[in-house]
Design a protein around this ligand. Structure first.
Ligand SMILES: [Cu+2]
Length: 122
């Protein structure tokens, strides 16, 4: 009985480790504007490219500007084989530092999130 339990625990642990390696979650590969970059003009859109396809329904971003002010964004769209999340920015953004907080659900059913900043030059 005890031996069986040990074997089961070992098998369970191995499954977790192997599953973790086999399934790649959606990681942010690149973005426009790029992370930590300074751009000269207000971007018309924000593009986030991930390592995996996304589920649009459960993916989105929150953009905040100088003074933590929320930036109005349009409805996100998927491009590039569903791995690029495109968020229209309709307002002209003033100079300053902006933070993009993203949370996505990849097609393998895993949620990931993160954030990065870019700056619009004066
Ligand atoms: Cu995953």
């Amino acid at each position: 009985m005890l031996r069986t339990t040990k074997i089961l625990i070992a098998a369970f642990a191995a499954t977790i480790i192997l599953t973790g390696q086999a399934l790649a979650h959606a990681h942010l590969k690149s973005s426009t504007p790029a992370a930590d970059s300074t751009v000269k003009q207000s971007p018309g859109e924000i593009d986030l490219t991930f390592s995996e396809g996304l589920n649009l329904k459960f993916s989105g971003v929150t953009v905040t500007g100088p003074g933590k002010a929320a930036v109005k964004t349009g409805n996100p769209m998927l491009m590039n084989g569903d791995s690029t999340l495109m968020i229209p920015v309709t307002d002209k953004l003033a100079s300053g530092k902006y933070t993009v907080e993203w949370r996505v659900l990849s097609t393998d059913g895993h949620k990931t999130n993160g954030s990065y900043s870019f700056t619009i030059a004066p």
